[in-house]
Design a protein around this ligand. Structure first.
Ligand code: SAH
Length: 502
């Protein structure tokens, strides 16, 4: 069983930092004895530009059988030779996950005493597992890893016998993953998903397995579209434990959403009592700017990503040129409020055919988001932890790829103008960061470059000569789509939508 983890580096962030992160010196080959055999860790390459750590697990089949763990599915305990002659020693599997934890436990838990600042770093990572049992094949590998922010997920089915290709594929794949992630996130995903793919647990499933699963799944499992399958397989289809785990995941998801759905300081104006005399609240001006930009882009089918309580969706419904409006949010509670605000229940058929609310996380690619003219991310990016931003970037600009994307976010420089905001504080308790104009431009410019978009910036609210506007907006246009394009292939006509529950 073999797994390699590679990273590339620069002089400021050398690839050999991998040694610190894994707590294993790149200059040494080390061996660890685990309950199933010997785990070897060594570095086939260790240079500042590129560094690879390899984990080789030498399984002792006899020890496995003695521990009563080498049995195939339903095999009688004394089925003699079959117990000793099986794929366990050769294929990466749950045992590799156990070894990962035994050997790279600190890295998996996100601890790095020597260089704590490295833990939060998103790094280019490449993981390769030459032989991985995958019950469910390449297709399931995609369903499990695609939503997790990897740029490349490549499971190659391995033939049953190289000499006889006509025999077809075995249940093994060679797996390559590439992406920019924190090492701790990558390891925690593997720790859970390797046994899920193997689907043959080799140890007794004790109740504390639920805790282990939730710990390893923290931050990615609750919102994963396959969390039911993952949980059930990880817990060896143990019904009660699976139900417990799913309930706790749901609670975690709600708690996470609760934290992020409170109104922003600059939104916290009772808009319903707004009168013409007062200056327009910033949230209203923001929506006006967004609607104007959507009209200018000629968008008809619009996604409101992180729609919160549905104020923008409501605004868009007033304009018939928006033929289809989809609000997406991770928070079930916010969506409930949005549905009440829109009076979805009492809407006529024609109106309700134009609007839809979906629960989902923007940190995952989602097929439902493909095929729209435009997507809006209004005051959303700053609610994500910076390491999750590449995943959002990929889900929106890489996978959904609408012609136009609008992103608004607070301008941190303007905060000195908020009288009620103590210096150094963010506008909202859930903001993970607030960008200056330069920081926003850097991010947006890099995103546009990576995904074939052009980006322009528009101030929202009074543009202070010194500190800029309170809100900054980026308008991304997919390359080759800047002009009025009559050969447009996206469907902007008023086609009936496929049937769905009202
Ligand atoms: N767009 C609205 C709400 C902004 S508040 C407005 O402009 O007023 C940020 C919203 O993003 C919240 O509703 C929060 O639940 C949602 N959100 C945060 N992280 C998310 C994620 N990963 N996926 C989807 N929505 C998310």
């Amino acid at each position: 069983m073999f797994l390699t983890i590679s990273t590339t580096g620069t002089p400021e962030r050398p690839a050999t930092d991998l040694g610190f992160l894994l707590h294993k010196h790149p200059g040494k080959a080390q061996a660890f004895s685990t309950s199933h055999g010997t785990a070897h860790v060594f570095y086939p390459e260790a240079a500042p530009e590129r560094c690879t750590a390899a984990l080789l697990l030498e399984v002792d089949p006899v020890a496995l059988v003695r521990r009563g763990q080498g049995k195939g599915r339903g095999g009688a305990p004394d089925a003699a030779l079959a117990q000793y002659v099986n794929d366990r020693p050769y294929a990466a599997s749950s045992l590799l996950a156990v070894a990962l934890r035994a050997v790279f436990g600190s890295a998996l838990n996100g601890r790095c005493a020597a260089r704590p600042e490295l833990v939060g770093q998103v790094r280019p990572l490449r993981i390769e597992i030459p032989v991985l049992p995958a019950r469910g094949g390449a297709e399931l590998v995609h369903r499990l890893f695609d939503p997790l922010g990897w740029y490349l997920v490549r499971p190659e089915p391995l033939p049953l016998d190289e000499q006889f290709p006509e025999w077809g594929a075995s249940r093994y794949v060679r797996l390559v993953l590439e992406g920019e992630l924190r090492l701790t996130d990558a390891l925690r995903q593997l720790y859970v998903l390797l046994p899920v793919l193997d689907d043959a647990k080799h140890y007794w499933v004790a109740p504390d397995e639920v805790d282990k699963l939730l710990r390893a799944g923290d931050g990615w499992l609750a919102g994963h579209p396959e969390n039911g399958l993952i949980t059930s397989r990880y817990l060896a289809r143990h019904k009660r434990l699976t139900r417990d785990a799913l309930e706790r995941l749901e609670l975690a998801r709600l708690a996470e959403a609760d934290g992020s759905e409170a109104e922003d300081l600059d939104n916290a104006v009772d808009e319903d009592t707004d009168t013409a005399e007062r200056p327009l609240p910033l949230a209203v001006r923001r929506r006006e700017a967004i609607v104007a930009a959507l009209r200018a882009a000629g968008a008809a089918r619009v996604l409101d990503l992180g729609c919160g309580q549905g104020q923008l969706v409501q605004e868009l419904l007033r304009d018939v040129s928006f033929t289809e409006i989809t609000g997406v949010d991770v928070s079930v509670r916010a969506l409930g409020t949005a549905a009440r605000r829109l009076r979805l229940e009492r809407m006529g058929e024609k109106q309700s055919g134009r609007v839809r609310l979906l629960q989902g996380s923007l940190a995952y690619t989602d097929k439902r988001l493909a095929g729209y003219d435009a997507a809006v991310l209004s005051e959303v990016v700053e609610h994500l932890d910076p390491p999750r931003l590449p995943a959002l970037e990929y889900a929106v600009f890489g996978a959904a790829r609408p012609r136009t994307v609008l992103v608004t976010t607070p301008n941190a420089e303007y905060n000195v103008r908020w009288e009620t905001l103590p210096a150094g504080r963010f506008r909202h308790a859930d903001h993970r960061f607030e960008w200056t104009r330069a920081e926003f431009r850097d991010w947006a410019g890099a995103v546009a470059g990576r995904h074939g978009y052009t980006v322009e910036f528009t101030p929202v609210g009074e543009d202070d000569p010194e500190v800029g506007p309170p809100t900054q907006m980026a308008v991304f246009t997919r390359d080759g789509e800047t002009d009025t394009d009559t050969t447009d292939t996206t469907d902007t006509t008023d086609t009936p939508k496929e049937g769905e529950a009202a």
